[in-house]
Design a protein around this ligand. Structure first.
Ligand SMILES: Cc1cc2nc3c(=O)[nH]c(=O)nc-3n(C[C@H](O)[C@H](O)[C@H](O)COP(=O)(O)OP(=O)(O)OC[C@H]3O[C@@H](n4cnc5c(N)ncnc54)[C@H](O)[C@@H]3O)c2cc1C
Length: 432
């Protein structure tokens, strides 16, 4: 009826194109290649576990992994109200660095960066670690003084960090605007060669896969709704899938730290704020290091896919919502153009938010709680992705042995009652 001319080359092309899906289907149906589960296939919750970890983000998964790997503790339920790595782990901008200010933080994050370096080999799974270096910009004399101090503390503890002048900055990042007539002229910078990024999803998948291979059970869509305490000791967790009895509980729920803590009767010095970020469409590679400016309140790096990842500080009000706002997009866009005017032509591809658990001193809370065998991994705010390996390793040691490792001792909850805070506000801010 319709006399439409047929292009023969299109027919042969589509047959050729079908070869790949048919080949995959054939491969998939072969008995010789049974489907491999990376994680525990969903099964019934048992009535009792040695350890329940609430929160299957990077931290919860990492604790489960090291508990199984180094301490042989595998009777562990790793539970999450959503899906594996769907919290802040899925939303962060993947900055890894150790150039903090206080000796306590520098030593802690230094060991984390070292663990990151070997993770792909350890997991036999590519976490796409990219050693790109990190540059923090100084736009005032006060910032230069602070950077000089940081550089000295860093070097003393084996972290590569140095104060660099404007000329060197221009050589490290040729695409950065270093002119003197800029609105916020760049005076100097803190160059941190150990700065890196890694694929955040791969990190949590690697840890969870390693934990599940050793016998840990991952239970997604399993929400902790109450904590059972008997004579000052934790004895169980109420979930939407029933009650679990257990000998120990770790809470690793980031943005939900104070709400879950409250279920155990704890009032934590933590408030939750939204943190937003955005990415542009992909462009050809022009920016290798991660660049941040606490003064202009923005940070940026370019992924290997070519997208510019742009972020800044948290929203200024506490909230559990994860909506992205036009106001923040305008702020971030304006700020990033101060540093990289050529981005004026770039188009924003997407924008998102997470809920960050902020402490008064911008440092985490790790370790014991007033409840026996109830352990805290909280207060990770805008900076916890980089801590995933070392936090997991040290927290696992604590749960297994009952002894607080020296590396995390300064970060215990008690510090707020002793007024021994670890102030990292200046070195966290917009640098993450
Ligand atoms: C936009 C953004 C950018 C960031 N950039 C960086 C960065 O560049 N570098 C850096 O180091 N850090 C960064 N961070 C911070 C970092 O993402 C977090 O500190 C880190 O991911 C925390 O990991 P986690 O495993 O503790 O938490 P999450 O990954 O949030 O995991 C917690 C899990 O707990 C679950 N949960 C909550 N309540 C319950 C409950 N009642 N029962 C069961 N499960 C529950 C959640 O579903 C979630 O999956 C950023 C954060 C955001 C939002």
């Amino acid at each position: 009826m319709f006399d439409v001319p047929v292009d023969e080359s299109l027919i042969s092309l589509s047959i050729r194109e079908l070869q790949v899906p048919f080949g995959l289907l054939k491969y998939g149906l072969r008995k010789r290649y049974p489907a491999q589960h990376h994680f525990t296939p969903s099964k019934k919750l048992k009535q009792h576990y040695d350890v329940v970890i609430i929160g299957a983000g990077g931290h919860g998964s990492s604790i489960a992994y090291y508990l199984a790997k180094y301490h042989g503790i595998t009777d562990v339920a790793l539970i999450d109200k959503g899906y594996l790595g769907g919290g802040n782990t899925a939303r962060n901008t993947a900055v890894i660095r150790s150039n903090y200010l206080t000796p306590e933080s520098v030593s802690f994050y230094r060991d984390s960066v070292r663990l990151y370096q070997g993770l792909s080999n350890e997991f036999d799974y590519n976490i796409m670690m990219e050693n790109r270096g990190q540059l923090t910009l100084a736009h005032s004399d006060a910032a230069i003084r602070n950077f000089r101090w940081r550089a000295e503390v860093n070097k003393h503890l084996g972290v590569r960090s140095e104060l660099v002048d404007r000329k060197t900055i221009g050589e490290i990042v040729p695409s950065l605007s270093v002119t003197e007539d800029a609105r916020f002229p760049i005076l100097a910078g803190l160059w941190h060669e150990d700065g890196a990024t890694a694929r955040h999803d791969a990190v949590v998948w690697g840890y969870a896969r390693g934990a599940c291979q050793r016998g840990v059970e991952l239970h997604q869509l399993t929400e902790a709704q109450g904590i059972d305490i008997d004579q000052g000791r934790v004895v169980g967790v109420h979930t939407n899938r029933g009650r679990i009895r257990c000998a120990a509980v770790v809470q690793a729920v980031a943005g939900a730290s104070s709400t879950v803590g409250r279920m155990a009767g704890l009032q934590l010095p933590i408030h939750s704020f939204p943190l937003q970020a955005m990415v542009t469409q992909p462009y050809k590679p022009v920016l290798t290091p991660h660049v941040s400016s606490p003064h202009v309140h923005v940070y940026v790096h370019q992924t290997s896919r070519g997208e510019f990842v742009i972020g800044g500080g948290s929203d200024p009000y506490p909230l559990y919502g994860t909506r992205a706002t036009l106001e923040q997009r305008e702020k971030l866009s304006g700020a990033v153009l101060e540093l990289f005017p050529f981005l004026a032509q770039a188009r924003v591809l997407r924008q998102w938010a997470g809920t960050t658990d902020m402490t008064p001193d911008y440092s985490p809370v790790m370790g014991l709680s007033p409840i026996k065998n109830y352990y805290l991994d909280a207060g990770w705010g805008t900076w916890g992705f980089k801590a995933t390996p070392i936090c997991g390793k040290t927290m696992a040691e604590l749960v297994a042995t009952g002894r607080v490792p020296d590396l995390i001792k300064p970060f215990e909850l008690e510090r707020f009652y002793r007024f021994e805070q670890i102030n990292e506000a200046g070195s966290t801010a917009a640098s993450h």
